[in-house]
Ligand binder design. Structure first.
Ligand code: MG
Length: 161
């Protein structure tokens, strides 16, 4: 078994759609970035890459590459999952914390959970999504940014399904 951790932060700016965990969230602002700036999928991609010892999202999907401009970040997750499967890894579970002062994510958490489970080929039971505000402190607490941390467990040499 191996464990991987991922983290990401993007700035909240006007004039951008807000996409978290592959789910469009109605809000007055969205996240700035080269791709769709989905901090959740970026953190999940890095957790998967980390667990398998495959580097990081910046190595594989550089933000200087025009191919990834405005790309849906689900592409990064899907390709990374395929990479792990090709190396014989199976994803066991995923745990995610989204740090956002706004918008409130209470109602979106379950939808994000289902979407993440679908992207990783997991039962929703094996995916957990938590949301925290910044308690008004720091850049996240001032709603200048949204952050995400993700932890994933993978294993190999399991019984074939
Ligand atoms: Mg990012």
């Amino acid at each position: 078994m191996r464990v991987g951790i991922g983290h990401d932060t993007h700035r909240l700016v006007p004039g951008r759609p807000l996409v978290l965990g592959g789910v469009s969230i109605p809000h007055s602002r969205g996240l700035a970035g080269h791709s769709d700036a989905d901090v959740v999928l970026h953190a999940v991609t890095d957790a998967l890459l980390g667990a398998a010892g495959l580097g990081d999202i910046g190595d594989l999907y550089p933000d200087t590459d025009p191919v990834y401009e405005s790309a849906a970040s689900s592409l990064f997750v899907r390709e990374t999952v395929i990479r792990l499967i090709q190396q014989g890894w199976r994803i066991v579970n995923l745990d995610v914390i989204i740090f956002a002062q706004e918008p409130k994510l209470g109602s979106a958490k379950q939808e994000i959970r289902r979407r993440l489970a679908e992207l990783l080929g997991l039962d929703p039971d094996a995916v957990n999504v938590k949301a925290k505000t910044g308690e008004g402190v720091g850049s996240i607490g001032r709603a200048e940014a949204i952050g995400c941390q993700a932890v994933v467990l993978i294993d190999r040499n399991h019984e074939p399904n």
